[in-house]
Every structure is written in C-alpha cells, then in structure tokens.
Design a binder for this molecule. Structure first.
Ligand SMILES: Nc1ncnc2c1ncn2[C@@H]1O[C@H](COP(=O)(O)OP(=O)(O)OP(=O)(O)O)[C@@H](O)[C@H]1O
Ligand SMILES: O=P(O)(O)OC[C@H]1O[C@H](OP(=O)(O)OP(=O)(O)O)[C@H](O)[C@@H]1O
Ligand SMILES: [Mg+2]
Length: 282
C-alpha cells in the first residue's frame, strides 16, 4: 500500500481531495475521517494538518504527501518537491503600514509577525538583518493594529486581507508557493507505485489544461495550420474523402483555444471543434 498524506483543513484541503478524486482515487465523504483505505488502488490516505505533512513524510512513515511549498520550506523537514499541482497559488510577502519600510534592508531592529517563522528567520538572516520574529497562528494582518509588530510576513493571494487592514506590501516577494507533492529527500529512483500515482495526477493536470482540437483544412495550408496547433508531440493529420483536404487533430492549451480557432478559421480551416479531455496518460 502506498501511504499518502492529504491536507485535512484550510485552502489546500478541498482542491487536493478534488484532484485525487479526479485521478480515480476514493476520498473521504466526511471531514472527521482521518484515514481512508482505497483498496482497489492499493493506497492509504492520511488526512493531516497541512503544516505537519512534511514532517510525517520526512520521517519515512508516509511515502508521499500533498502540501504547500511555503509550508514545506517553513518546516525545514527533509522532504523535496516532486510535482507542482497548480492550486493554492500564493506569494509570501512583507507588508506594513505605508511608509514603514521599503525593503527587507530597512527591517533591522523591527518586530515581524508571521505564521512562517522558519521562512522569515532564514530570509532575514540571508539578508544580514537582525530583527525579532513573533509567531502568530493566523489573522496576522491584525498584529500591526494591535501593536504586536510593525511588520508582517504573510501569504498574499488577492491582497484583500492586506487592503482591509490598511497595509501594503513592500520589497521583493520572499517566495512563490503552490500545492506540491513531496517525498523524503535522498530516496533513490522512483518506486513504481509512486511513479503511477504521479502519472495519474499529471493526467489530471493535462485534462484540466488542454482541450482536443479537430479541424479540416486544405492541404496547401496544413503546414501553417499545424504551426498553430503543434500538439504535445506532433498533430495527427489524416486524409479526407474530399480530395485536397485533410483532418487535423491536436491537443491545445485550453486558455488559447478560442484565439487558435479564430486564426485557423482565417487560414481557411472549417469544422473546427474543441472537446474536453477527461483523463490522460502522456
Ligand atoms: N488565500 C489563499 N490563497 C491561496 N493559497 C492560500 C491562501 N491562504 C493560504 N494559502 C496556501 O495554503 C497553504 C496553507 O494552508 P493552511 O491550511 O495552513 O492555511 P489556511 O488555508 O490559511 O487555513 P487556516 O484557516 O487553517 O489558516 C499554504 O501553502 C498557503 O500558501
Ligand atoms: O490576499 P488574500 O486573497 O486576502 O489571501 C491571503 C490571506 O488568506 C489567508 O488567510 P486565511 O483566510 O487562511 O486566515 P488566517 O490568516 O487565519 O490563516 C492568508 O493567511 C492571508 O491572510
Ligand atoms: Mg491561513
């Protein structure tokens, strides 16, 4: 059985379970379930606090886990990223009342509140800055109003929480984060069960990011058309019964699909269709 850690709460939890479900795994129906055995797929899921996942994985008790890159780095655990999952994307930044500081270099002697002490202490040290760090579990934006710190370092997505607290980011972003699959560092090679699990998740990412595009085009224009739809490897080009025409089939990124359809039409392509991909193995 492959043993996998899954976030049980917070921003990572829903999207992680949704992705696993889309990859064909059973997922818990009820948020109080702590362990779920998917015997058909020979996988055991452990629902754990996102912050603890890197620690379990680095201990070797669990084979792999889903967590945030920021949480992995903050934990300092001996675990490494093996796949980026594209959700729970955020930036980790310093913020304060406007006029407090322009960059990390101005933070000497100040107090910084954060839930990510590991990341912040390392960043200050790397920049040669001596500042105090105060740990808070959440709602860090309020620490400035309440006088616990002059500066915060926190996760920023839309920036709404900062604006609501009258704060503004400053300096360079400390890091970019997203949900990632992790495993213990120093594992040699990839176990077949882990490789299969990763292929399934990669299949979900492909199904979410690409559509299949089909169209008919005159032979003279086929080179220009396939330049617009190169596919992942190479597009399929098949003869049509109607002489002088071919049918082309290729995967294209979903977000470019409408623009590509317009350009193909301008080139003379007709019967241009896009269809969703439900699952994939590349
Ligand atoms: N608003 C957000 N948008 C995108 N990602 C976020 C957001 N807030 C937190 N994250 C990401 O989620 C992970 C943190 O998950 P965690 O469950 O610890 O915190 P949370 O989502 O803030 O939940 P909690 O309510 O327990 O604080 C980190 O990887 C972080 O970058
Ligand atoms: O830029 P935004 O879109 O506003 O998102 C960022 C906010 O979201 C998270 O907070 P959460 O709601 O999880 O509360 P918490 O601070 O208690 O963790 C994070 O800690 C920020 O405060
Ligand atoms: Mg939070």
């Amino acid at each position: 059985m492959l043993r996998i850690a899954v976030p049980n709460k917070g921003s990572l939890s829903g999207p992680a379970s949704a992705m696993l479900h889309e990859a064909g795994y059973r997922q818990r129906k009820e948020s109080k379930e702590l362990v779920l055995v998917d015997s058909d797929n020979e996988v055991e899921f452990f629902y754990l606090r996102p912050r603890d996942i890197a620690i379990y994985v680095s201990s070797g008790r669990l084979d792999i886990g889903i967590t945030g890159r920021d949480l992995l780095l903050d934990s300092g655990a001996d675990a490494e990223e093996i796949l980026q999952l594209g959700f729970a994307r955020s930036t980790f930044r310093y913020a304060a009342e406007p006029g407090t500081a322009e960059s990390v270099k101005d933070l000497g002697g100040m107090t910084v509140a954060t839930s990510y002490e590991g990341v912040v202490e390392k960043h200050l040290a790397d920049n040669g800055i001596a500042a105090s760090v105060v740990h808070l579990d959440g709602a860090v934006e309020t620490a400035i109003q309440l006088g616990v710190a002059q500066v915060i370092a926190d996760v920023v997505e839309t920036g709404t929480s900062l604006r609501n607290a009258g704060l503004a980011v400053f300096g360079e972003p400390i890091m970019e984060s997203e949900a990632v699959v992790i495993r213990r560092t120093g594992v040699d090679g990839e176990e077949p069960k882990v490789a299969q699990f990763l292929r399934r998740l990669q299949g979900v990412l492909v199904a979410r990011r690409y559509v299949m595009m089909d169209y008919d085009i005159r032979v003279e224009q086929v080179e220009r058309a396939v330049a617009l739809t190169p596919g992942l490897e190479s597009p399929t080009v098949s003869p049509l019964h109607h002489e002088g025409w071919v049918a082309v089939r290729a995967m294209v990124p979903s977000r470019d699909a409408q623009r590509i359809m317009d350009e193909l039409y301008e080139l003379g392509a007709r019967a241009i269709l896009t269809t969703g991909i439900h699952a994939a193995r590349l």
